[in-house]
Design a protein around this ligand. Sequence first.
Ligand code: ZN
Ligand code: ZN
Length: 466
Amino acid sequence: MVRVIRKSTAALGLVLGAMALAVPAQADELRDAVGEDMPGLMELYKDLHANPELSFQEFETAKKLAARARDLGFEVTEGVGQTGVVAVMRNGDGPTVMLRADMDGLPVTEQTGLPYASKAKGVPASGIESGLMHACGHDTHMAAWIGAAQLLAERKDEWQGTLVMILQPAEELGLGALAMLEDGLFTRFPKPDYVLGFHDAAGAPAGAIGYAKGYALANVDSVDITVKGVGGHGAYPHTTKDPIVVASSIVMRLQTLVSREKNPLDPAVVTVGSFLAGAKHNIIPDEAKLQLTVRSYGAESRAALLEGIERIAKAEAMAAGMPEDRMPVVSVQDPYLPSTYNTPEFTEQVMAGLSERFGERVFETPPVMGGEDFGQFYLADPENIESLIFWVGGVPQDQWAKSEAGELELPSLHSPFWAPDAEAVISTATEAMTAATLDLLPRKGGGLARWRTHRPERPPGANAGA
Ligand code: ZN
Ligand code: ZN
């Protein structure tokens, strides 16, 4: 679902272009171990890529990965939130770290031409059969998830605490995280102190690590407006109340919510993505339907937008003299997708560790207006959970260079042409997730965690994610 990262700065492009993901000269045990695991992880990736499954239908994917986690010594439970998987490794006293990957593919017919391109087909909610593709890169997420699971299981004598690794279904519907929580993710299994995840990025060069502090992704509301009218003959408008004209006024007036009512420094989006009405030239219909996507970060901002939409719809109908019983009906889809909040101090701490390891490959990026349901885990207990999702760039270096030179339009996530440099994404993410986890957990034998010895004070209202 997420659409990630603006293009990074030209400076970053230069840095990354120049170093071309060069590995620092000094020996790094963890990086070497990732390198040794990469052939196996790429084999797994290609298999996952060739066999995508739709949201809440990730049966084979879940089964395959659950078996691997079991082999690594995790206690594995399948079928959590329909097709979700929870793998737990209890390793003595200490905090609980949760690592999340999402599993679903999309109803997109792949056109990458890769030798392991998907030929799978499936029937999404639309009812229309479609090719299926991991066009959002969730296959890279799962391969790195297994990569981190392997490395952390092998290093059990280096950390203590509890590791909860989850495979989440249906991120593309924005429903999988909630489904797992409602199925007892935090009650039947150890509740995490720290939640980590990553998403591949189609707007950053392969191997770059981007992060936003605070809000990272937006509240996403889907709003339907049914504009009622009084239908009749197109030649006799005075005998009707034309819902197309009213709906048109609503569309135009809605633009002022962001441009005139909102603080310009608090971003928001109101997009009317669908406007359906009428059947024939000379008939004024009795109904028009609008579909909106509404994006914001904070709870107040969201509430103000939704209130404004309701007000404008009603007011435009009244201005047209619509009878009392023909007022527009505004409905907001429930559940909505809440914004994703990266707890700031935690984000800084984790990223300081990753910056030491990855140097200039790590950069801060502004939040995006895309949505993700990763934020649900944090919102389940914002007082006690620290949370971070970061981006791992996937654009192959040669394509990145061409795009920086203005010679190439890059495909976005969800594009049938999105073919990330999977090797770079998986190796970077595996190393980053493993290193961050090792930094968060105390050393075996009582040493302190590298980063956390206390829980910081958070300013009131700082976590108003929903
Ligand atoms: Zn997606
Ligand atoms: Zn995604």
